[in-house]
Write a protein that binds this ligand. Structure first.
Ligand SMILES: Nc1nc2c(c(=O)[nH]1)N[C@H]1C(S)=C(S)[C@@H](COP(=O)(O)O)O[C@H]1N2
Ligand SMILES: [Mo]
Length: 203
């Protein structure tokens, strides 16, 4: 057997370590306008109200950091990224969902979106990141704010995030509507929607 590096041992099935740290996304890089930027928490909130954060309010929330590998469904992985930002549990505590919320849609500029199960969203490792490797995110990495859901395929790590919607019934996001798996666990290679089992997605 050829020797495997420690990083190769951490790879989910079917993935390889990327050369460098590629940037990929659909469409153009949006412009950040701090005066009009809002982060909205809407849908089934506990209060029944939409909660809006201005940029200053969001940037003032307590931050944590997460070191995690990053797995794109196109089969490259980037090992050991360090992100810093506001954790999803922090946000859930500040703007609690109604009882019965089991899913979250993460929304971005231009209407990009990704749905995640609440159990996946609510992990300590789910972040709304403002920094990568101790530096402000670059525009193409999602400046000023991107979601990081490191244990799922990276299309769920929504760049240029502008809000979350609490869902009592699951709904497909941008790529999930276009043939990608509703859950997206890289360890069980949940790549495409045709692999879905009953219970993995909306009816
Ligand atoms: N808003 C938005 N977020 C997005 C995407 C996108 O097209 N738009 N692409 C996703 C995909 S498929 C991947 S692999 C990662 C890539 O992140 P990176 O450019 O930092 O490597 O961003 C994800 N987040
Ligand atoms: Mo991706």
């Amino acid at each position: 057997m050829p020797e495997m590096s420690e990083e190769e041992n951490r790879l989910p099935p079917g993935q390889h370590i990327a050369r460098g740290r590629p940037v990929i996304h659909y469409g153009r890089v949006p412009t950040f306008r701090p005066q009009t930027w809002r982060f909205q928490v809407f849908g089934a909130t506990a209060s029944g109200q939409v909660h809006e954060f201005t940029w200053d309010q969001f940037a003032g929330l307590p931050k944590t950091s997460v070191i995690a590998d990053f797995h794109c469904v196109t089969k490259f992985s980037i090992m050991g990224y360090e992100w810093a930002g506001v954790s999803a549990p922090e946000l859930l505590e500040r703007v609690p969902p109604a009882a019965g919320v089991r899913h979250v849609m993460i929304w971005a500029e231009y209407g990009y979106s990704a749905n995640v199960r609440m159990d996946d969203f609510a992990r300590e490792s789910t972040l709304f990141a403002t920094e990568l490797e101790d530096k402000q995110l670059s525009p193409e990495r999602g400046y000023p704010l991107r979601a990081i859901v490191p244990h799922l395929y990276a299309w769920k790590s929504v760049k240029w995030a502008r809000g979350i919607e609490y869902l009592t019934d699951d709904r497909r996001g941008f790529w999930e509507e276009r043939g990608y798996h509703n859950v997206g666990d890289p360890w069980t290679e949940q790549r495409y929607s045709y692999q879905e089992e009953p219970g993995d997605g909306p009816l």
